[in-house]
Design a protein around this ligand. Structure first.
Ligand code: NAP
Length: 280
C-alpha cells in the first residue's frame, strides 16, 4: 500500500509518512496508532517540535518490528552552532527510545555551520547511529557545497512542496542528482484544500482535495509527510496509492504555484536566508 523510494545509499524510504509538528502528548498515541493501522511506517519529528518523547513512546507500543519502521529526526540550529551534533543525536535517541534513526536531517542550513554539521553526521552514520543522512531547507548551492566538500550528495532534501509551492528547479536539481525530495507541509497547512481546481479534480477522481495534492507530489516521486492528529484525516491522507492523476491534470496542478510558503524561517536565520535563497 505504502510505496517506497530508494535513496542514494540503497536504503528504502516510504513515500508516505506522518508529520509530527504539533502532535503533542495527548494526541500522539491515537495518531500513531491510527497511522500504523492505515499503513504509515515513517514518522517525522524534530527536537524543536518538543514531542520526540511522545512520538517515541507511541511508536514503541505499535507492535511493528523496528526494522519495518522509518524514524526521522533532525538537528536543530543551536546544536549546530555549538558543534554538538553527536550530543544532540544522543538526546534525540534517548527521547525516542531508539538505538538508531533511519534518517537524520540538518533542520536548517545555519551559515558557517552546516558543513561541519554534515561531517559530524557522516561520522554518526559510520558508527551506525543513523542509517541515512540528509538535509532540510537547502538550496542547490548548499547541496553542491556538500558534494564538493565530501564527494556525496545528501540522501534527502526535506523542503516545502505542495501545489501552491512548487520549486520546480530545485526539485529537478535534487532528483537529477539522486537526492530524494521529501515534501513538508504537503497540504500547505490547509491553504489549498478549498481551491477550485483541486475541488473540481476531487470530484473527477472521487478523492478529496487533500488526496489530490498528496497524489500530485507522490506521482512526481516526491515523498510526503502530511501531519494530522485527526483519525479520519490520517486514514484518508494514506489513500493516495490507488489512483493516478492524468497528465493534463498534473500539468494544470503544476501551474498553481504561487511560491506560497507556510513554514517560517527561524528568526535567527532571517537576516541571512530568504525564501528566494531557498529555492535557487
Ligand atoms: N523541515 C522543516 O523545516 C519542516 C517545516 C514544516 C514542517 N515539517 C514537517 O512536515 C510535516 C507536515 O507539515 P505541516 O504539519 O507544517 O503541514 P501540513 O501537513 O501541510 O498540514 C497540516 C494541517 O492540515 C490539517 N489536515 C491534515 N489532513 C487533512 C485533511 N485530510 N483535510 C483537512 N485538513 C487536514 C491538519 O489538521 P488536523 O491535525 O486537524 O488534521 C493540520 O492543521 C510537519 O508535521 C513536520 O513533520 C518540516
Amino acid at each position: 500500500m505504502n510505496q517506497t523510494i530508494i535513496l542514494n545509499n540503497s536504503m528504502e524510504m516510504p513515500l508516505l509518512g506522518l508529520g509530527g509538528y504539533r502532535i503533542g502528548e495527548q494526541d500522539a498515541p491515537a495518531a500513531v496508532e491510527t497511522a500504523v493501522s492505515s499503513g504509515y511506517r515513517l514518522f517525522d519529528t524534530a527536537p524543536v517540535y518538543k514531542n520526540e518523547e511522545y512520538i517515541g513512546r507511541a511508536v514503541s507500543r505499535c507492535k511493528i518490528p523496528r526494522g519495518k519502521l522509518f524514524i526521522t529526526s533532525k538537528v536543530w540550529n543551536n546544536a549546530q552552532r555549538l558543534g554538538d551534533v553527536e550530543g544532540a543525536l544522543e538526546r534525540t535517541l534517548e527521547r525516542l527510545r531508539l538505538s538508531y534513526l533511519d534518517l537524520f536531517l540538518i533542520h536548517w542550513p545555519v551559515p558557517g555551520c552546516y558543513l561541519n554539521t554534515w561531517e559530524a553526521m557522516m561520522k554518526l552514520q559510520e558508527k551506525g547511529y543513523v542509517r541515512s543522512i540528509g538535509v532540510s531547507n537547502f538550496n542547490s548551492h548548499q547541496l553542491k557545497e556538500i558534494k564538493e566538500s565530501f564527494g556525496i550528495y545528501p540522501a534527502v532534501n526535506q523542503m516545502e512542496v505542495h501545489p501552491l509551492c512548487y520549486p520546480r528547479h530545485l526539485i529537478e536539481f535534487c532528483q537529477s542528482n539522486g537526492i530524494a525530495v521529501q515534501a513538508y507541509a504537503p497540504l500547505g497547512r490547509g491553504a489549498y484544500l478549498d481551491h477550485d481546481v483541486l475541488c473540481v479534480m476531487g470530484i473527477k477522481y472521487a478523492k478529496t482535495p487533500a488526496q489530490i495534492g498528496l497524489r500530485w507530489a507522490v506521482q512526481k516521486g516526491i515523498a510526503v509527510i502530511p501531519k494530522s492528529k485527526n483519525k479520519e484525516h490520517i486514514r484518508t491522507n494514506a489513500r493516495i496509492f490507488d489512483f493516478s492523476i492524468d497528465p493534463e491534470d498534473m500539468a494544470l496542478l503544476d501551474k498553481l504555484n504561487e511560491d506560497y510558503h507556510t513554514a517560517s524561517i527561524p528568526e535567527d536565520l532571517q537576516d541571512v536566508i530568504t525564501y528566494a535563497d531557498l529555492t535557487r
